[in-house]
Design a binder for this molecule. Structure first.
Ligand code: HEM
Length: 268
């Protein structure tokens, strides 16, 4: 694989023309996820020089997250995903008529669809770090679109839940689960709201990173909890999904550990 710095002009003050740097097998995009990551050098045993530009980043605030910004063609992701997310529950309900059973099935299917939609934004950076390919680069470069698709999937879940309570107002509500789910929706809303250039810049890299880190892990944790509770009712569905959730967590943690292990912090 050729060694190259793809489209990057680093002038030593931290200002770059583009934010993606590819060196050998390593491919990193400057991002709010790793706001202090400035340069990664593949010298056989990956050496990461980090923090060189951190002072500039604080002041400049114009540190653009190129890979996570709007990119051409991303609308196609919406065009494919949004109708599918709406059609799945609608097809379930229309196939057997509106009833408590069919709407409950729609609620469950919308939740499963939301979990699947969650995979791409949650693991995009880790997948790229461990397996650089056209696919992982595509997903990482359009992570923002996948995140918005996930937010939309959660909206579909909420609409289905509201429909369920309309069809069966005596649907039992588990208060702690309800509260945790509501907090999950607050995170979904916050992540969605800070997925636009203006709000991202307004929040700043450190806060953006903290919010997205906590929010993403909270949502992941809630998915795991609720799928564990539902496991006995459909092990063939929730078994593989829970394994997938574990795989996502392992991937993210492995990337974090690798970054920390190979990081040399240079004084600011
Ligand atoms: C981040 C927030 C949320 C996530 C990740 C989530 C996820 C899920 C998942 C994975 C399921 C399928 C589990 C199953 O088959 O039972 C589910 C079902 C369900 N969810 Fe949510 N949910 C969230 C918020 C909420 C909220 C706020 C409500 C409001 C009451 C809610 C109501 C329901 C209901 C009624 C079901 C069907 C439960 C059943 O199977 O009996 N969810 N949700």
């Amino acid at each position: 694989m050729p060694r190259r710095a793809a489209g990057s002009t680093i002038d030593g003050r931290g200002s770059t023309q583009s934010q993606t740097l590819s060196i050998g097998v390593l491919d990193y995009a400057y991002s709010y996820e790793d706001p202090t990551m400035s340069l990664k050098v593949d010298s056989g045993s990956a050496l990461i020089i980090r923090g060189i530009f951190s002072k500039d980043l604080k002041g400049a605030a114009q540190f653009k997250s190129g890979a996570a910004r709007w990119s051409a063609g991303g609308w196609k992701i919406f065009a494919i995903a949004l109708p599918i997310l709406i059609l799945i529950p609608l097809a379930i309900i229309s196939s057997s008529g509106v009833s408590h059973v069919s709407v409950l099935a729609a609620v469950r299917s919308s939740a499963v669809a939301a979990f699947i939609a969650f995979i791409a934004p949650f693991t995009a950076s880790s997948a790229l770090a461990f397996s650089p390919s056209a696919l992982t680069r595509y997903v990482r470069g359009r992570r923002r679109y996948f995140g918005i698709v996930f937010a939309f999937a959660m909206l579909v879940h909420l609409v289905c839940v509201a429909w369920l309570f309309q069809v069966n107002p005596s649907q039992p509500v588990n208060l702690p689960m309800f509260t945790m789910g509501a907090v999950g929706y607050l995170f979904v809303a916050a992540l969605f709201a800070t997925s636009f250039d203006r709000t991202t810049d307004w929040l700043g890299p450190q806060s953006w990173r903290r919010l997205h880190l906590i929010g993403a892990w909270y949502i992941w944790g809630y998915f795991v909890l609720i799928m564990l509770r539902a496991f006995h009712s459909a092990p063939l569905v929730y078994g593989p999904l829970l394994s997938l959730a574990c795989g996502e967590a392992v991937l993210r943690c492995a990337r974090r550990i690798r970054l920390q292990t190979h990081t040399i912090r240079l004084g600011g």
